[in-house]
Write a protein that binds this ligand. Structure first.
Ligand SMILES: *[C@@H]1O[C@H](CO)[C@@H](O)[C@H](O)[C@H]1NC(C)=O
Ligand SMILES: *[C@@H]1O[C@H](CO)[C@@H](O)[C@H](O)[C@H]1NC(C)=O
Ligand SMILES: *[C@@H]1O[C@H](CO)[C@@H](O)[C@H](O)[C@H]1NC(C)=O
Ligand SMILES: *[C@@H]1O[C@H](CO)[C@@H](O)[C@H](O)[C@H]1NC(C)=O
Ligand SMILES: *[C@@H]1O[C@H](CO)[C@@H](O)[C@H](O)[C@H]1NC(C)=O
Length: 767
């Protein structure tokens, strides 16, 4: 209902604007639903589709040359096209009966390898027999696609040593052929690029960039995290030395480059992302990893949501990053119920660099600076505000922004900079540029306890907010403060871990509050993985260093961890649906840390909630054998859209020509592996259905009630005689008091046969 109203509002604005028709041309996606090609679709059939798109546009606009404005025709699975139009034209075509939606080609943003050890897949380089790696043959022959900034094909992580012939189901191509010959192999089996949507916004790219080659580093890092081969003696400046590998080290990987150098509005545009999805589905991939996103919007006006729906319908699992807009609430992106949305948390490894102050205080920080200060001598310490250029503002200077620091004041000293606005590594560069010998990078209050090991260009240490306050207090207390920064030392076994990263985007879901997002969390802080040779480890143009491996932090890094785990589950259970795999990952997750205490939030150092971690920290060895799954079919997703108020005619075009919206369908009954009741009035009952994917057995319900809420499960026992059997149950939630808390409260529902623990978070807010 909410949507149809919104739609009306938009149309009104359109009408008003078309009076002052300035005819500004922009690129749009015109979405028509899905194709129903026969399996033996020919090139000729695809041409016919393209021609029908030309015709539709020409008829709509009443001119022959209309087809010239089309720059993509989606012909495989997604039906639609992308075209440069003015607003009046976009409005006209949106009225055509075949059209589901017309939306702007929006820009999105991009959001070692000890993490596998931390997740229990290996232990000190040895793979235990109960590891999913052993059982799932390292993800053998699963095909993982990555929609990102492309790939550096020469990276050792894409070596194809010991790999057999490319699986026959693969239909993709390799567009990296420059002069050196085709650079794909039996590991990196495909590489394509899509930039026409970007070029309509940013202008033509330098021809040398028109390739799937990764000039940024992000795509190489994420793809190798999901499916990189084994690479012995991988390290960053000697730190973290070990064997690098992805989650599915024996999977095949394919890069779909849809992200380009950032311009106003973003770096990955909807029209290109949709072209990437359409190609990847047709190419025969099993998993699509997507570490990018933007503000959530209407499901039918979001290329990421549309593309991923068509992929999931074909049995492909789509894993997406939650975004890096935390710790504020309601910041999570990629909220479609058919995506598996991943938040980011820390691992139990630190790259420590201690700060010793002149007052004998020792503070633990992190860094990956390859250089160290000359041995044990104290250096004068200065805050960036005291070191500012006369023309700079206090705020710009405290952040150590370019051109704000006075070299005369900084030279030979350790400079204290505040986190925020410009890149952490850029602050180090500005400090070095002004002549500092070292940098202390202090968190602000919102980033709290989250410290990150970056490859700074000078000796540096990133410290917590609390420690930063101690540094400032010390500087205030004396005329000539001094400090020393120790050489970086790797330490394992950090406790507590995981801790939720401050940057990880949080729920609630702003489009459909009945669906908890993110779904899961995985390692995303200081992750070592492969990198491009086109740029230095800080990604800044002044950084002339080149590294084969680099550390990066973000939900962009946690997303491919889960994609790699999905690759393993696909090898192990080729017949499981995307939602069964997602359910297995969610219901087997853990909400406690390595001290066996509730997971903390690095912002506040307090207990965190499902709004940051969803079902919890991914636990791959448990996901292999979840016992029960909450399965979903395409029909369930369509019912979900009906309940959201989408028009039945549009839903039919979207997926299933004969589909009928049910008479009544509650979003609360959507068979999701988590339970969220955003407006509890007195009493609410939700329905769920579980499918047995294990042996026969009896499961009983164990409830942890949210504060002030009573929870009744009916029945409390479920008996399964055979595999594949499904059982339905109801959960009734009731406010215990007349005047219930209006804040969110959290609990859980667990089904157990004493061998399996099938856990779902419960999130409730009283109306
Ligand atoms: C395009 O890129 C090439 C190689 O990086 C460079 O030599 C050339 O100057 C660039 N051209 C433009 C117009 O930027
Ligand atoms: C990394 O480890 C390998 C094997 O243990 C060793 O040969 C190599 O020298 C190490 N490299 C660094 C930089 O420590
Ligand atoms: C301030 O002045 C310095 C040197 O005179 C200059 O390099 C810098 O760009 C200026 N900064 C700002 C913020 O205008
Ligand atoms: C240090 O002194 C400055 C300026 O007087 C003040 O704003 C700041 O709050 C002080 N910081 C601490 C931690 O005492
Ligand atoms: C759905 O949309 C179509 C075309 O946009 C319209 O003709 C139809 O009346 C709508 N149906 C409902 C039930 O609103």
């Amino acid at each position: 209902m909410r949507h149809s109203r919104l739609h009306l509002f938009v149309v009104l604005i359109f009408v008003l604007q078309s009076f002052s028709a300035f005819a500004v041309k922009k690129s749009y996606v015109v979405y028509l639903g899905e194709h129903s090609h026969k399996p033996d679709v020919t090139v000729n059939d695809l041409h016919k589709v393209t021609n029908s798109h030309y015709q539709l546009l020409s008829t709509c606009l009443g001119r022959e040359d209309a087809k010239d404005s089309i720059f993509y025709s989606y012909t495989r699975h997604i039906n639609g096209f992308a075209a440069v139009l003015d607003e009046a034209e976009a409005e006209a075509i949106s009225k055509h009966p075949e059209v589901i939606s017309v939306f702007l080609n929006q820009g999105r943003k991009l959001h070692t390898t000890h993490s596998w050890n931390f997740l229990g897949l290996e232990k000190d380089g040895v793979i235990p027999s109960d590891s999913i790696w052993a059982k799932a043959r390292f993800g053998e022959d699963t095909i993982i696609a990555n929609l990102d900034t492309g790939v550096w094909p020469e990276s050792p992580s894409f070596n194809d040593e010991g790999m057999g012939p490319v699986p026959s189901k693969w239909k993709g191509i390799c567009q990296i052929d420059n002069k050196a010959g085709i650079l794909c192999n039996r590991k990196l089996i495909g590489a394509r690029y899509f930039n026409r949507g970007y070029e309509t916004v940013a202008g033509s790219l330098n021809a040398s960039l028109s390739s799937p080659r990764d000039s940024d580093g992000h795509g190489t890092h994420t793809l190798s995290t999901a499916g990189g081969s084994f690479v012995p003696a991988a390290n960053v400046f000697g730190y973290g030395n070990g064997t690098a590998k992805g989650g599915s080290p024996k999977a095949r990987v394919a890069a779909y480059k849809v992200c380009w150098p950032p311009v106003d509005g973003g770096e990955c545009f909807d029209a290109d992302v949709m072209a990437g999805f359409d190609a990847a589905i047709a190419d025969g991939v099993d998993v699509i990893s997507m570490s990018l996103g933007g503000d959530p919007s209407d499901y039918f006006k979001d290329g990421l949501s549309i593309g991923s729906f068509h992929a999931v319908k074909k049995g492909i699992v789509v894993v997406a990053s939650a975004g890096n807009s935390g710790p504020a609430a309601a910041t999570v992106s990629n909220i479609s119920p058919w995506m598996l949305t991943v938040g980011a948390s820390s691992i139990d490894r630190e790259f420590n660099s201690y700060v010793s102050l002149g007052n004998k205080l020792h503070l633990k920080g992190e860094s990956l600076s390859p250089t160290a200060l000359p041995k044990h001598k104290s250096y004068p310490l200065i805050g960036a505000v005291a070191a500012k250029e006369a023309n700079a503002t206090v705020h710009d200077a405290e952040l150590c922004q370019a051109g704000t620091l006075d070299p005369k004041k900084v030279k030979g000293k350790i400079l204290v900079c505040l986190r925020g606005v410009n890149a952490r590594v850029d602050k180090g560069q500005q400090a070095a540029h002004a002549g500092a010998v070292g940098m202390i990078l202090a968190n602000d209050e919102s980033t709290g306890n989250e410290v990150i090991a970056d490859a700074h260009v000078l000796p540096a240490s990133h410290i917590t907010y609390k420690d930063g306050v101690a540094v400032f207090a010390y500087m205030n207390s004396t005329k000539s403060p001094t400090a020393y920064i120790t050489r970086v030392r790797m330490e394992l076994g950090t406790k507590p871990a995981p801790v939720m990263a401050a940057f990880s985007s949080r729920g609630p879901n702003t489009i459909t509050p009945e669906i908890l997002k993110p779904d899961i969390t995985a390692p995303g802080v200081s992750i070592i993985a492969a990198y491009t040779q086109a740029t230095g480890p800080t990604g800044q143009s002044y950084d002339k260093r080149r590294v084969l491996f680099n550390t990066e932090s973000g939900t962009s890094m946690s997303c491919p961890h889960v994609s790699g785990i999905v690759g393993l589950l696909k090898t192990l259970h080729p017949d499981w649906s995307p939602s069964a795999i997602k359910s297995a990952i969610m219901t087997s997750a853990r909400t406690r840390d390595n001290k066996d205490e509730p997971m903390l939030d690095s912002t506040s150092n307090a207990e965190t909630t499902p709004f940051s971690y969803g079902a919890g920290q991914v636990r791959p060895n448990r996901a292999m054998d979840p016992g029960l799954v909450y399965d979903l079919t395409t029909k369930d997703y369509l019912n979900f859209l009906c309940a959201m108020g989408y028009n039945e005619t549009s839903i039919r075009k979207f997926s299933d020509r004969s589909y009928k919206c049910p008479k009544s369908y509650s979003l609360l009954d959507f068979n999701y592996p988590s339970i969220t009741v955003p407006h509890l009035t007195h009493r609410t009952t939700v329905t769920r259905r579980v499918k047995n994917v294990g042996a026969s057995g009896t499961y009983r319900a164990v409830v942890k009630s949210p504060a002030g809420i009573s929870v009744k499960v009916d029945p409390v026992k479920l008996e399964f005689k055979e595999r594949g059997e499904e059982k339905t149950f109801k959960v009734t939630l009731k406010s215990k008091t007349a005047k219930a808390a209006t804040d969110h409260v959290f609990g859980s529902l667990l089904w157990t046969d004493d061998r399996h623990y099938v856990r779902s978070p419960i999130v409730v807010k009283s109306a």
